[in-house]
Write a protein that binds this ligand. Sequence first.
Ligand SMILES: [Zn+2]
Length: 271
Amino acid sequence: MKDYRKEYYEQPTFWNQDYLKMPAEKERIQEIINAVPPDTGSILDVGCGNGAFVNTFVGTFSNKKVVGLDSSEEALKYVRTDKIRGNITSLPFENDTFDLVLCLEVLEHLPEDDFREGISELQRVSKSHIVITVPNQEDLELSLVMCPKCYCWFIPYLHMRSFNKDNLDNLFKDLKLLCVKEIGPVIEYRSYNYSVLRFYHFWRRPLPPETAICPQCGYQNKKELRNRESSKYFDHLLSLLVSLIKPLVRLITPLRRKRRWLLAVYGKSSR
Ligand SMILES: [Zn+2]
């Protein structure tokens, strides 16, 4: 079966932009730089993307050995440090090669087998510390879209798992969680009633955005399919109903706040 996930990550549109121009991303990178232990001499960034972190880091600390690794050939074009094309499931390095191993916005994308192997590989090549960032308590069900070709439901940005402070605690067998903190802009959200949400999805059958590629059949949304055919009368009636119910729902479900990402620092217990 063809791996459409690879195709997804080779799209130039993800990598030809300067993430540091986005205030939230700039803040995230600065928080990661602050989390680098002071005695770190060598760093491996697994899933470095277009180098948002590694490029910034070597610009500030030119005396450190920094290597970026990514599976996307397109992403690596923009990386200005030592770089290597590879996969988290099989890191091409000896045990304990790097003082610090980073894995930023990667773990949430991995299917179960890759996730298990990836966690083990990060531990293996880290001599001392691991730093990760992941989305904070992401509600995956909210983002589901339906492929109009094979009718499977999927998350358009291919996230497969959700993290919180509790499940980050025992992520690594050989490393201890030293600290975890929420970083990034504050997001306001409400707890949804999942029966209502599922009905809404069933009714709307949301289409994937243009950058999404169906992981099952490879379908990519074309603009002409943007306007889904449906009963306008039924849509209108339901929209009206939703607008009437919304104020009541807002009244009975409390507004919650969280920051966008979690940053966790792990250390090998022998230190
Ligand atoms: Zn499909």
